[in-house]
Design a protein around this ligand. Structure first.
Ligand code: AOF
Ligand code: ZN
Length: 366
């Protein structure tokens, strides 16, 4: 199942609006073949794993319940293909939350006499497809809030200098995350302070598929010569009707697509913007700051995961805080992350966790 989860992870975010799934076919403890979901309309993980091999008597590990036929379905049902291939046993991490499938895939397998086990790797499988689940359930993008901070929680010095707080290992790690999400988002303050390119460059190389780069800028502060322009991939500038027309024309000339949103004194209304982005099939967003954007997303309950890269360095209280004021008075009311994990990326650590603003709607095990 660990290998199946890795296969699913390798196509994470690439199969919208279909969940990313991994499958591994095993015979006598030996891996026969592996598969991962192809982009929509293409083969599912199971059918790739079953293609061209003799699966009779084998065990199939799959991160999501194999699918069954339903109206409008684009590919042949996997449960039937597994039966026809003569697989003896299927281990499923979690049931398909899609109501047209859930429970039925397992029923088809069991009716054919296949031994089915459910639940191995369930929590990992669920965590992996949370972005798909939120977009499918709420029509909103899944938001990952990333920041790199000193031990005392600062993202920059008082003068705005932030290069570099964390080491190369942590920065490489975050480039790998940029490569799987649909979009990377920042506020215009971050563009002015850091002039980031916001491209995904895992291993120092521009990824073939680039996330959409999104800047929130209600006042027209983004300079036309910013590094976000003139790179492969799409740029969205989310702005307000009141921003200067001349600046909007310049942004368009630089290739940006403008999204005009409601706004108030704190800037672009994130509720309105996220709804528009969800409709445009942006299923996941990696938000890199700054502190103002992060605090408005947190305050409005839009953040799903927090990724804090923490470096062994002290900046002091005159530095800029990673997250601006949230108005919390008691520790009991603070935002404590659930299912938090810690990874070491020496000399830094990555602490991440879920906010639980929203709960996936799941079906219970049959
Ligand atoms: C699987 N394996 O790898 C995935 C599954 O239109 P289709 O034919 O692509 O079917 C889409 C449905 O298949 C989707 O709603 C979800 O329930 C399931 N996804 N199932 O057996 C896979 N990605
Ligand atoms: Zn399928």
């Amino acid at each position: 199942m660990k290998l199946a989860l890795e296969s699913a992870q390798s196509v994470r975010g690439r199969t919208v609006s279909n969940p990313w799934v991994g499958a591994v076919l095993v015979e006598d403890g030996r891996v026969v073949s592996r598969g991962a979901t192809a982009p929509p309309g293409g083969p599912h993980a199971e059918s790739t794993a079953l293609a061209g091999v003799d699966a009779r008597g084998c065990t199939l590990y799959v991160t999501l319940e194999p699918c069954v036929a339903f109206e409008g379905k684009r590919t042949a049902p996997c449960a039937q293909a597994i039966v026809e291939a003569g697989v003896a046993r299927v281990v499923v991490a979690m049931l398909d939350p899609d109501r047209r499938v859930s429970g039925r895939g397992v029923a088809v397998l069991r009716e054919a006499g296949i031994a089915v086990e459910i639940g191995d790797g369930a929590s990992e499988a669920l965590q992996l497809i949370r972005p798909y689940l939120k977009h499918a359930q709420l029509g909103l993008p899944y938001v990952l809030a990333k920041f790199a901070v000193s031990l005392d929680g600062r993202t920059a010095t008082a003068s705005g200098d932030s290069k570099w707080i964390t080491g190369s290992g942590a920065r490489e790690h975050s480039h790998q995350q940029r490569a799987w999400v649909d979009a990377v988002m920042v506020g215009s303050g971050t563009v002015l302070a850091d002039d980031p390119a916001l491209t995904a460059r895992p291993g120092g190389v521009l990824a073939e598929r680039q996330p959409v780069r999104i800047v929130l800028d209600s006042r027209g502060r983004t300079p036309p010569d910013s590094a976000i322009f003139g790179q492969p991939g799409t740029v969205f500038v989310a702005t307000a009707a009141s921003a200067p027309g001349e600046w909007k024309r310049e942004m368009t000339l630089r290739g940006a697509k403008l999204i005009e949103c409601e706004s108030d004194e704190s800037g672009v209304n994130v509720n309105a913007l996220l709804a528009v982005l969800g409709q445009r099939n942006i299923g996941s967003i990696w938000v890199e700051g700054g502190g103002t954007l992060l605090s408005s997303l947190l305050a409005d309950g839009h953040v799903d995961e927090v990724w804090a890269y923490i470096a062994p360095v002290l900046i002091g209280g005159d530095g800029l805080s990673a997250v601006r004021a949230l108005g919390i008075q008691r520790v009991a009311d603070a935002l404590r992350l659930a299912e938090a994990t810690v990874e070491t990326l020496p000399p830094d650590v990555l602490v991440r966790g879920n906010t639980q603003n929203w709960a996936p709607r799941l079906v219970s095990t049959p």
